[in-house]
Design a protein around this ligand. Structure first.
Ligand code: ZN
Length: 186
């Protein structure tokens, strides 16, 4: 499950739900990296996300991004990228917790390394299952963003129905209308 990420292209803001936390992590501009981590992990202290932590975050993010493209295109992942993901996944992650209790188990604050470990473990789960065909590219030729199809029937086609899905519908409508006009039925 993922919450998606607000992106801005051509002056419009739109939500891209890549279908997995580890993929949401790879979308969006570099300047938003620290902000996204703190939003996704509310117990992360923004003051703790320093330059050294961002170097780590970028290296994990870029490895996951390259692996996603390779998987969507049916290529083998670069062993160096696999090593990077495994390395981050091997450290302690953010422990899962249910809401509704009276006490806070564990530390109130989490460290950046724990957040990166959680994202790396999500990547391990997503990339362990590349044979399912769920990692694909948006069907729009001018988009080709990679997403993880979480639908039961594995029939998601677009990065976003509001964006590429609608553009394709409009294009198909215009083509049909244009044909009808030429045939004299318009
Ligand atoms: Zn798209």
């Amino acid at each position: 499950m993922s919450a998606g990420r607000w992106l801005e292209t051509d002056g419009t803001r739109w939500l891209f739900d890549a279908g997995a936390d580890c993929l949401d992590f790879t979308t969006g501009p570099d300047a938003d990296l620290a902000g996204w981590l703190c939003t996704r992990f509310p117990r992360l202290d923004p003051a703790e996300v320093g330059e050294r932590e961002l170097v780590d975050a970028r290296s994990l993010r870029d490895a996951i991004g390259r692996m996603a493209v390779a998987a969507a295109d049916g290529d083998r992942a670069d062993p160096d990228d696999v090593d990077t993901v495994n390395l981050f996944a091997a450290t302690p992650d953010v422990p899962p917790a249910l809401p509704g209790g009276r006490r806070h188990a564990g530390a109130a604050r989490i460290r950046v390394a724990q957040a990166l470990s959680s994202l790396a473990r999500d990547a391990v789960a997503v990339f362990a299952d590349t044979g399912s065909g769920r990692l694909r590219r948006c069907a729009a030729a001018d988009c080709r963003r990679v997403f993880h199809d979480e639908s039961r029937t594995i029939n998601r086609r677009w990065c976003s129905m509001q964006r590429c899905g609608n553009r394709a519908k409009v294009r198909a409508y215009r083509e049909r209308a244009g044909l009808a006009e030429r045939d004299g039925h318009f």
